[in-house]
Write a protein that binds this ligand. Sequence first.
Ligand code: RUB
Length: 321
Amino acid sequence: MTDAPEREVAEEVSRVAEDIDTMEIRGAATIADAAARALAAQADASEAESPSAFLDELRAAARVLHDTRPTAVSLPNALRYVFRDVRGATVEELRESVRESAAEFCERLDTAQHDLGRVGANRLRDGDTIMTHCHSTDVLACVEGAVEQGKSLSAYAKETRPRNQGHITADALSEMGVDVTLIVDSAARRYLNDVDHVLVGADSIAADGSVINKIGTSGLAVNARDRGTPIVCAAQTIKLHPGTLTGHTVDIEMRDESEVIDPETAEEIGDPEVLNPAFDVTPPRYVDAIVTERGQFPPESIVTLMRELFGESPIQPWEQA
Ligand code: RUB
């Protein structure tokens, strides 16, 4: 957080921020893509007359985007990436470099997801059954890769209360020709014996290899370990959280209670306190592998990749006035 004075940001930036906040735009990779494009839109719309005014506006836009949802590190990592390559002595040069940097970021995101998918696909065998939680485009890339390799798969898709992102996954898997069974979250343990791999995504990966993902992931992982079912996290390196290298923890977003229960029903049952954490932390000992575009890693070794990619002190453009 910062005390920097608030500046006007481009309409498109406000719209994207609102859509991320309300989860019209959701999922870590999709949020990152939208944030990078929004910075490019800010650059396009800027009427700044000096390079410093242009950069002030760009930082203000980064701040608005950054403050939407706290858990998916892909969002600040996208902002960092775009800022890292911004150069120029004039407003026009700066504008062009923001456009180029944002476009390069989005292209790399697509390529990384495709490459990750091929790695994850190699873990899956013809005839395997998977179980999914929430909706992760990185997970779907692994399934798509396996289908492209000619493998036939079945899936249990957990519905994922309270927002039911499992419905999106069920739809996407069916589109790929996967035989899908939708289950409520509490039925997961019942079906784990029939499952060859649990596949989950990540919003952030901490330096110790912990996986931060949609609430319910940790319980699923503990049950999977108890049943001896391998649990794989599919996560592009944009999900590695550099702040955790220096001891920071990942903020877990708390969302509105209206996602859990409507006010009338709450009143009927005595207006209990309602808690709605959006994510949880799965310790590395419950995760068999983290699949990235750079190959698969045991969770405990992910720190090496994190140091290589982010160094010790990543920039925080949204904190600069
Ligand atoms: C989405 C979620 C996904 C990760 C990874 O939560 O937890 O598993 O974001 O998604 P929400 P992806 O619906 O609250 O955003 O692999 O697409 O980046």
